[in-house]
Design a protein around this ligand. Structure first.
Ligand SMILES: Nc1ncnc2c1ncn2[C@@H]1O[C@H](COP(=O)(O)OP(=O)(O)OP(=O)(O)O)[C@@H](O)[C@H]1O
Length: 228
């Protein structure tokens, strides 16, 4: 359902971040993206949700080609893809509930559906009891769980996470992994860029290693393969 065919990305400053990637990711897979700092992992991920446009090659998400997609159809594409970042990116003046509901309000979901969907995803991330809290009143792990709830409330086909455990202590990071695993088991494809060696080596999944903007390793149940 996600395919890259000979994809290249050169930034405007002439940095060649992605240099000829070919990959297929099937519906329902869980994929770790690993590699040294500056290898191109974030660029690879940003290309998938069209935050960046490929310089060359074709990216197909669920039959939609990102090279020919019209600007007006990009919001529709983004509804198929939930994104989670290392630094959470929550709206600080809104409550947990409002942060998650916001994603549905912008697509003009009916108010009674908003309430049901928000409470359902807050249940999945185990934060129903903190729906009225502000982000500043939550721990880092709880804030990341709100960000995950926001990313999945539209029931996207794909959840992309760029270093979702990067700002969290080890115990909290494992809790986030439980939730991502649970979301994957419910049918969502999960693609996660990470530097967390312990997690990759313990919760075995497909591992795609990127170095110098190329896929240098792609293993079904792989290992991290670098020193932490
Ligand atoms: N917006 C940008 N403009 C110009 N160059 C960029 C931009 N974003 C990234 N780069 C460059 O592209 C290359 C790949 O960066 P990218 O962020 O994709 O790597 P990464 O593997 O995610 O690194 P890290 O593990 O440190 O997050 C690097 O040389 C980086 O400096």
């Amino acid at each position: 359902m996600i395919e890259m065919k000979d994809v290249w990305k050169t930034y405007s400053n002439n940095v060649k971040a992605i240099n000829g990637i070919n990959i297929k990711i099937k519906k329902g897979e869980f994929v770790y993206v690993v590699g040294p700092s500056g290898a191109g992992k974030s660029t690879f991920i940003r290309l998938m949700y069209r935050e960046e446009k490929a310089t060359k090659g074709e990216i197909i998400i669920d039959k939609t080609s990102l090279s020919t997609i019209k600007e007006k159809h990009i919001p529709l594409l983004r509804r198929k893809i939930g994104v989670v970042f290392q630094d959470f990116k929550l709206l600080t003046s809104l409550s947990v509930y409002e942060n998650v509901a916001f994603a549905l309000e912008v697509i003009e979901e009916a108010p009674d559906m908003i309430k049901r969907k928000v409470m359902d995803v807050l249940d999945i991330v185990q934060l129903k009891n903190k729906a009225r809290f502000l982000p500043s009143e939550l721990s880092g792990g709880e804030q990341q769980r709100v960000a995950i709830a926001r990313a999945i409330v539209n029931q996207p086909d794909v959840l992309i996470a760029d270093e979702p455990t990067g700002n969290l202590d080890p115990d909290t990071a494992w809790g986030i992994m439980d939730i991502l695993d649970d979301i994957n088991h419910r049918g969502t494809t999960v693609i996660m860029a990470t530097h967390n060696k312990d997690i990759v080596n313990t919760i075995k999944k497909r591992v795609v290693a990127i170095e110098g903007g190329r896929v240098v390793r792609d293993e079904i149940r792989g290992t991290y393969g670098y020193e932490a």
